[in-house]
Design a protein around this ligand. Sequence first.
Ligand SMILES: *Cc1c(COP(=O)(O)O)cnc(C)c1O
Length: 231
Amino acid sequence: MDVIADNLLHVRSQIAEHAARHGRQPADVQLLAVSKTKPAEDIRAAHAAGQMRFGENYLQEALGKIQTLAELPLSWHFIGGIQGNKTRAIASHFDWVHTLASEKHAQRLDRQRPDELQPLNVCIQVNTSGEASKGGIEPDALGPLLRAIGGLKRLNIRGLMTLPAPSLHFEEQRQPFHLLRSLLEVHRADCPSLDTLSMGMSGDLEAAIAEGATIVRVGTAIFGPRNPPIP
Ligand SMILES: *Cc1c(COP(=O)(O)O)cnc(C)c1O
């Protein structure tokens, strides 16, 4: 059997097992296949095995694959760092953005989202690991940011995302995810469109599912070790 199809089966069964162990419905945990550095053929193989949602970090590389695979009904999620001069391309070619962390970028994405497309789904990236942060806003800044961008009509503010400092210990892995979930519960009172927790990768999948992840972002466990970025 094709390696990617085989890996996908394995990841899906792991998601189902973790969900069952932690009292959740497997269908409430969506799998985002992170295809950064991988060629369009690998995405085609994953699609042939039933995968529809793909996450990409590097804009130029992603745009090439989106164009190559335009005939497939795929959903594209931008999960890389956002630069101001890239927002127009992100707003035009993606269905979701997981890494929003500034009001300025929100305003640009809102203004640049083409009228003929549905509002852009966005998650706000939150720094849940303090010093060891890989980006995102501080938890205290979440309320003010949500208030500032809540009125933007071309954005659908769906939830929160985090990329914690790596840890090998299950209980330690749970802490940042637990924080993200509490933040979602607190802010849902003012922002009812929040229904998404984007958290968990190949190495901390179970901890994320235990804490309520609704989208897990999995790369290596599906596509194998990463290649150097495609120029
Ligand atoms: C690369 C990446 C992933 C996937 O990581 P794996 O460890 O390969 O599963 C998930 N989320 C983000 C933001 C990434 O950059």
